[in-house]
Design a binder for this molecule. Structure first.
Ligand SMILES: C[S@@+](CC[C@H](N)C(=O)[O-])C[C@H]1O[C@@H](n2cnc3c(N)ncnc32)[C@H](O)[C@@H]1O
Length: 328
């Protein structure tokens, strides 16, 4: 849907099982000058207050006993400090009636990150000059919340996990033994292996360049790229916590990655996007997913190399690049 999440909040979203979104922060990500744009808050506090409003609506429409998944990271606070945004995401969800369930940390290469964002506190030079200003690269977090209540539609994996989203290959001997295995799941060593990766507290092998097309939707060359979520993260969240046929809500759809992933994985999805150019790109991406499902030919999303992938530039350079070592 084109428009603000707030305008579409009263639709019939009863079937919602899983919400995967990137909540926007304060003073950091300016996608548009629309006053409805969540990124146009005047302060961090205002952004958190706005976000509470969104989360209350998500809590209202999520099925009892089901989950909401939030992708977020620490946010810049002045030139030197950071906001514990994942911590505030938890506080806001608890206030809205959701319960904190678990979290995953997604690894980032500090060298790549420093190079792309020119983040001075991550540079070796800073370590040499004054390590009291040497930072650790901010990881991405996936924070998962449970809506209290009985789950009337358990999320089942009767044949275990059958595919893996990530860089690491499934060991060949496990594949040979258990590909398409439908017997006793206690003996499904391939599914056990995949589950062990997904249940790890740190996801080390997310393909950072496995992203939907997003570069063609800039209105002006000066504008930063929208930062799509890596498809591996979406595929894992859907595989872990939703059933085939469930409906996924994404309140800040961007170029449609969560909806695309839902369609390809046999789920339904509802997404809202404020910015028209992103919305149009999302519509193109989702049409490609529908066509793929109808034709039975699953698309391969090209994985660009770290070098080519500038999604971090879009996300973080505005946030971090201007950093100076000790002005605050
Ligand atoms: C980080 S992007 C989401 C990217 C998305 N996960 C993807 O993979 O394409 C956040 C999006 O929220 C949108 N947005 C901001 N405020 C909004 C609002 N009030 N209603 C709907 N969308 C909004 C922005 O235009 C931006 O596209």
């Amino acid at each position: 849907m084109h428009g603000s999440f707030a305008e579409h909040r009263n639709g019939d979203y009863r079937a919602i099982a899983l919400q995967s979104s990137v909540p926007v922060g304060s003073e950091l990500y300016q996608y548009s000058d629309d006053p409805r744009d969540m990124s146009n808050s005047t302060s961090y506090k205002e952004a958190i207050d706005q976000y509470l409003y969104v989360v209350k609506e998500i809590a209202r429409v999520t099925m009892p006993g089901r989950l909401s998944v939030v992708h977020c990271t620490d946010l810049k606070r002045g030139q030197l400090y950071q906001h514990d945004f994942p911590g505030d995401v938890i506080r806001v969800h608890e206030e809205a009636g959701m319960r904190y369930f678990c979290r995953v940390v997604i690894w980032k290469d500090p060298w790549e990150f420093a190079r792309r964002t020119r983040m001075k506190t991550l540079m070796h030079k800073t370590l040499v000059e004054d390590a009291a200003r040497s930072r650790i690269a901010p990881a991405d977090h996936l924070v998962i919340f449970l809506k209290p209540g009985a789950n009337k539609a358990p999320v089942t994996h009767k044949n275990g996990f059958t595919s893996y989203a990530g860089q690491r290959p499934i060991p060949a001997d496990l594949m040979r033994l258990c590909e398409n295995y439908k017997g006793d799941q206690r003996k499904n060593v391939m599914s056990h292996w995949i589950y062990r990766q997904y249940a790890s507290p740190v996801w080390m092998d997310i393909r950072r360049g496995r992203l939907l097309p997003h570069r063609d939707c800039k209105e002006d060359p000066e504008e930063r790229h929208v930062c799509p979520l890596q498809m591996d993260v979406i595929d894992r969240a859907l595989a872990m916590w939703s059933n085939h046929g469930d409906t996924v809500l994404t309140p800040f759809m961007g170029v449609g990655s969560e909806v695309y992933g839902a369609v390809i994985n046999g789920r339904r999805a509802i997404g809202m996007e404020l910015k028209e150019t992103y919305y149009r790109q999302a519509a193109r991406n989702i049409a490609a997913a529908v066509q793929a499902v109808e034709s039975g030919e699953m698309p391969i999303i090209a994985t660009s190399s770290e070098e080519e992938n500038s999604s971090d530039d879009a996300d973080e350079s505005g946030e971090w690049a201007m950093e100076t070592t000790a002005s605050e």
